[in-house]
Design a protein around this ligand. Structure first.
Ligand SMILES: [Zn+2]
Ligand SMILES: [Zn+2]
Length: 249
């Protein structure tokens, strides 16, 4: 069960930590070698920027063909040094699958208040508190995107690494590419094509939480509980009909 109740401000918000990864993953250098996991096949493949751009373009083109009404406004906020391209990939992937109006906002530095006692790891809860200050109209969502390792208290572990955290039926959510890319693994981590897929899937999952969606029992639904491994995300295909309805599709 990944539903957590955690106070992040004076008012307690219900938070949902998602796709929890093992807390023993490296906490400092993304390039630190790990003997625990074999290199992913094709991990050394690195698509060119133009290939990625064309992927984004085609995703955008296919979405406009069947353009649904854009009802939910999402502000994407780059936090720290996360590549701008990652935000564009997340935005294009989400736009083509849900009726979202997405804008990429001004880059914000990672707040010192979100640093934890472990070097390189940032509190996802504190990042949500920071994102609460981002201007948004009532009903609009704010999605922070970062490349540093984000953690939340869970199962008695103070700094449990997660892929994302969202305020259930709230305004803010945050995702990190750190555990999507898994650069610490032999071979340099996950192939970029897989990372791009994880980006929009996990983004939509967290937005789903802010829309009030809990984890979904339907296998393959993007709102599924990943049960501690990003591989569950990789097996997911789309929002089920029930969850899709919450997005207004
Ligand atoms: Zn979740
Ligand atoms: Zn579902």
């Amino acid at each position: 069960m990944r539903r957590l109740v955690a106070p992040i401000t004076a008012a307690a918000l219900l938070l949902v930590g998602c796709r929890t990864a093992p807390p023993d993953a490296p906490s400092t250098s993304q390039t630190a070698p790990s003997a625990k996991t074999a290199a992913s096949p094709g991990a050394s493949e690195s698509p060119t920027a133009s290939a990625i751009t064309s992927a984004i373009t085609s995703a955008g083109a296919s979405s406009s063909a069947s353009a649904p009404a854009r009802s939910i406004v999402v502000h994407l906020v780059p936090l720290g040094d996360v590549p701008q391209l990652d935000l564009e990939v997340a935005a294009a992937g989400m736009r083509s699958r849900a009726p979202l109006s997405i804008s990429i906002e001004k880059r914000e530095p990672l707040p010192d208040a979100a640093k934890t006692t472990e070097k390189g790891r940032f509190s996802a809860d504190a990042l949500l508190t920071f994102l609460q200050k981002i201007t948004a109209a009532p009903g609009e969502k704010v999605l922070g995107v970062t490349d540093v390792d984000i953690v939340t208290p869970k199962n008695g572990v103070a700094n449990w690494g997660v892929l994302g955290l969202g305020a259930l039926d709230g305004k803010m959510c945050v995702i990190s590419t750190f555990r999507m890319r898994r650069k610490w693994e032999p071979g340099g981590g996950a192939p970029e094509a897989l990372v791009r897929e994880r980006l929009w899937k996990i983004s939509l999952h967290e937005i789903g939480h802010t829309l009030g969606l809990p984890h979904c029992p339907n296998a393959g639904c993007l709102m599924e509980d990943a049960q501690g491994t990003v591989k569950t995300v990789d097996s997911e295909t789309a929002l089920c009909a029930t969850c899709r309805a919450r997005f207004g599709n």
